[in-house]
Design a protein around this ligand. Structure first.
Ligand SMILES: Nc1ncnc2c1ncn2[C@@H]1O[C@H](COP(=O)(O)OP(=O)(O)O)[C@@H](O)[C@H]1O
Ligand SMILES: [Mg+2]
Length: 326
């Protein structure tokens, strides 16, 4: 008897189109000798639509249904995804998918699922909370100032200017895929950046801008988590924004990254420590800045990394190994 994988994709967040591409990669990678795949699309409005089923590897021309092609007659109650013995792969990125909400729903349904649980998902989705937890785990990160709705913004701008130097990066605490993020060179730009970021979240982070290479480490496992050799995102745009990442395709990957063994060791150890500190389970991708001054800063953990053709995680391939065993 083959086990059923319930593939959830789409979703309500800005990254819903990325999710479709990730889910298509997953459905092609499944071992169909052992599993069958049933897919459900979550629309931008949050409705669940029953979509295709696969009992053998889909062809390249087989595309998942999306907002343009779904059949609203196939709308089901969210709980209709339940199937005895099935496992859920929530290939959803961003808020209402990667942030613990869907994980909580699956816990309530008593369905096993791939990846991080409620706590680690929601923690990693909030950039400010992640900073604080990783700080207490002793992991180096870019200096920052956190601003939450209701704070005295003038005092906070003064704090930014005291602790950091321009350029700074302003980010909504809770988004993803570079939405609402801006780089500011002066106070006027910082004010605009804050205005923009607060449109997306009531919690905002202002970070020291760094000149850095962006290096990513894959993580797989549970309490016995293993890391990969790092890969580098090689860019030719000002910063790794949404369009560069997913639309313009101006990104190439270098796996393994051409960096020294010492730097690799620190990154892998910090990635594993960070994963354990947030209570990570299953998989994550841990992103670092390696600055022109030689500093190694952990930037973020993505608990459901992208699996698109421009994403890094699934290309790490067969090089899983534990840094503590080497
Ligand atoms: N402090 C920083 N200094 C320099 N570049 C940054 C900084 N923070 C973010 N960036 C750039 O912006 C991109 C998106 O920021 P990131 O924190 O990874 O947000 P997201 O959750 O959208 O992936 C990064 O990949 C990097 O290119
Ligand atoms: Mg990122």
């Amino acid at each position: 008897m083959k086990q059923t994988i319930i593939l959830l994709y789409g979703g309500r967040s800005a990254e819903r189109e990325v999710s479709v591409l990730s889910a298509e990669s997953v459905m092609r990678a499944v071992n169909y000798d052992r599993f069958t795949v049933k897919t459900f699309f979550i629309s931008q409005s949050g409705d669940f639509i029953k979509t295709q089923e696969f009992s053998q590897t889909p062809g390249q021309e087989d595309r998942l249904m999306t907002n343009e092609t779904i059949d609203w007659d196939k709308k089901v109650a969210p709980s209709a995804i339940y199937e005895e013995g099935a496992v859920v792969f929530p290939v959803l990125h961003g808020p209402m998918g990667e942030d613990g909400s869907v994980q909580g729903f699956l816990e309530v349904l008593k369905m096993p699922y791939v990846g991080c649980n409620i706590l680690s998902s929601s923690l990693a989705m909030d950039k400010i909370t992640t900073k604080r937890v990783l700080e207490s785990a002793g992991i180096a990160q870019v200096p920052y100032v956190a601003i939450v709705e209701g704070d005295d913004v003038i005092a906070k701008i003064a704090e930014v200017e005291e602790k950091l130097t321009y350029p700074v990066f302003t980010k909504p605490s809770n988004m993803g895929s570079s939405v609402g993020i801006s780089k500011s060179e002066n106070q006027e730009e910082l004010r605009q950046a804050l205005k923009l970021a607060f449109q997306y979240d009531s919690r905002v982070l202002v970070e020291q801008g760094v000149n850095a290479r962006e290096i990513e480490v894959g993580l797989l496992g549970n309490y016995d988590v293993k890391s990969t050799l790092p890969g580098e995102v090689v860019k030719d745009v000002a910063f790794y924004d949404y369009d560069a990442k997913y639309i313009d395709n101006k990104i190439t990957m270098d796996i393994p990254a051409k960096i020294s063994d010492d730097v690799i060791a620190v990154m892998r150890r910090n990635a594993e420590t960070a994963f354990r500190a947030i209570g990570g389970l299953g998989l994550s991708r841990c992103d670092f800045f390696y600055t022109d001054k030689g500093e190694i800063f952990l930037n973020e953990l993505n608990t459901m990394p992208g699996f698109t053709q421009w994403s890094m995680y699934h290309y790490f391939g067969t090089i899983w190994e534990s840094s503590t065993q080497t």
